[in-house]
Design a protein around this ligand. Sequence first.
Ligand code: LLP
Length: 429
Amino acid sequence: MNKMKQTNNYMFAGYDTVELAKKYGTPLYVLSEESIRSRCKEISTDFLGKYENSKAVYASKAFLTMTMCKIIESEGLGLDVVSGGELYTAIKAGFPMDRIMFHGNNKSYDELEMAINNEVGRIVVDHIDELYFIEEIGARMDKTVKILIRVAPGVEGHTHKYITTGQKDSKFGIPLDKVTIDEAVSKAIASKHIELMGFHFHIGSNLFENDSYVAAVKTIMNLYKRLKDDFNFVAKELNTGGGFGIYYTEKDCVKPLKYFTDAIMKAIYDCCQELDLDMPGVIIEPGRWIVGEAGITLYTVGAVKEIPGIRTYASVDGGLPDNPRPALYSAEYKAVVANKYGLKPDRLATIAGRCCETGDILIWDLEVPEIKRGDILAVLSTGAYNYSMANNYNRIPRPAVLLLSKDGEKVIVERETYEDLLRKEVVPF
Ligand code: LLP
């Protein structure tokens, strides 16, 4: 650790990033444990500590390793998983199963069996078929399964269309029309092996306004009122999903967690007053907000190509395989030349990835000082949906993940090797 060193190098979580790049190689995912924990603590003080019967589950799709499960467990949060693989990771990390929320728009029968066998806290039912599967498995295993029903509340989140999920025309959730909802609710109520706890919605990801949450809450609370009247069913819980936006660039108008949660809670409270309902226990499910800003990615600059009068491309030793977000969603990032952090940017360079793919550009026209082969580039806010979405396109091994804390630096995922790339291959001749 080089905490006190006077340097031009970019420091992250008290560590010299250029030294880290030298020691561990690049590309390298770097995470600050303190920063993850401080987000969890903000949830504890501004939400869990403030509102009775509230719960928070970390949406593990943002970034999941066994170490992350341990951090989340020790911070007292639950875990949202969406696949057998995510569930398996949590099981292997010894994560308390009663704090698991199991999601997915097409869970397989085997995954449901795995979840029920391990007695996960809630299964979030996304399709009517699942109710039949859960009942059958529950009967066979002699278990009662607590569920929420996911609905698409018919609300548009203001975000990229690939990550908006709350609109009616969505693959997620049971349609909100009366016939479908009534069929699902009566089926769940009638089942001896299902306990319907309430409903779930998730509007979208990386949202900066709370108005769509409020609109969705109103829709669901009106549904709760109708279900109370029609079925004498009292919903005990409401899961309002995740989606709180984070800082990627100056364009992002970031709000604190309580801007979202206070508005959600007020809307629920007001609806309860107006509709004469009891306050349900409220659950939130942030992923990106917990881990996104806690991560950076370090790269080494290689070929720098200047096209006179047009543009300078600085290619790095990673790109689309470790961060597909710019190619998928035109996501924008900020970056700094880590070994020249003190120097004033005086030119533009487009940061290109190393893949055989024109769309593999990490950042267009980044303001930089002189940039050369061998420089270290730190791309910021890469903690969420980078490692978890990484792939091996062009047979590029995935980077290592390094966790920084006050007690030192720890590799929590080793760098993949060429051997790893061939591990599952079978040559039939
Ligand atoms: N709950 C549910 C049911 C979800 O589907 C999601 C995200 C979350 C919670 C957490 O959302 P967050 O708080 O992280 O925004 N790969 C995309 C993001 C996809 C998010 C899918 N669902 C990206 O890189 O932007």
